[in-house]
Ligand binder design. Sequence first.
Ligand code: SF4
Ligand code: SF4
Length: 337
Amino acid sequence: MGDGPTVRLREQIRALFLARGFARVGFTSAEPVADHVSTWVAQGRHGSMDYLAREPAGRADPGRLLPGARTVICTTTAYPATDGRGSVAGYARGEDYHHTLKAALRDAVSELETLLPGVATRVCVDTAPLLERALAARAGLGWIGRNTLLLDETHGPWTLLGEVILDAALPPDTPGLDRCGTCTACLDACPTGALDGARGLDARLCLSYWTIEHRGEVPDRFARLLDQRAFGCDDCLAACPHPARPPAALRQAPDPAADGAVRNGGPAPGVGRGSTACGVGPPFVPRSDLVDVTPPELGRRAEESFRRHFSSTPVERTRRAGLLRNVSLTRPPPSDV
Ligand code: SF4
Ligand code: SF4
């Protein structure tokens, strides 16, 4: 694969991803990013998530996932913000994004291959050992906030990440600027002090970790803070002043400008409503049955059939026993008190 693809080619490729409902698309080289995971793991802050401790340094290098890697195309997918209350975290109020995002990325790749014949690619969504946030920030999609999440000014922290690594060189975008400033709202909002203020998180103190990743008993000091949270915690997202406007009303799509260019940041009709400009499913598919559901109702559904109600959603990760455990630790909904 040659080294001289033009900016125009990059923009053509960006357009075909945006047309599939991705909120933002950025390009960066496949050079390794700084490895902060090794220290984090050495400090034990990953808790019992042993999969994160396997070759932590390798996560910094996209070349470990695709021989000859030259470029990483980073994408964000917007999902509706929450107010931080509710029993299910916002990102989980949809179909399992591992499947929907991957399908949309693969669909984009199939068209990309017509522009770059013979290109080798690897699609990554969350489960691949890759420092997604650092790559996305370097690809200009935003910055890593004090809540440790990728943020951008249009969607704040309410996005999911996905990448395509390829062995073709494409011009990189300009890295994003840190816009946290002197804000500490997420640190102040965290009920457990899990955020260290230096873009670090101690998973062993995080309610999302205890309600999603942890198997077994939840220590009392965390259990009594769950309130209505039966799956995840959105407090450090909901406290963030970004974006200024609610992301549910903001998506990104092909820019109707006369030059036909496609840019990050515009409104995107159709995204999240079951179709995109290309006719493939959107990368985030909301599930209304997970929006206003109470913990007791989650418990009832888990008892009835965990598989039927949750197997195609991120809630599946905590498994039936984990969800029932969490529900048993929540407080009664306000209307039941
Ligand atoms: S998810 Fe909740 S507990 Fe975890 S860091 Fe954010 S606010 Fe703190
Ligand atoms: S709440 Fe403030 S400090 Fe935290 S991520 Fe958002 S802007 Fe940054």
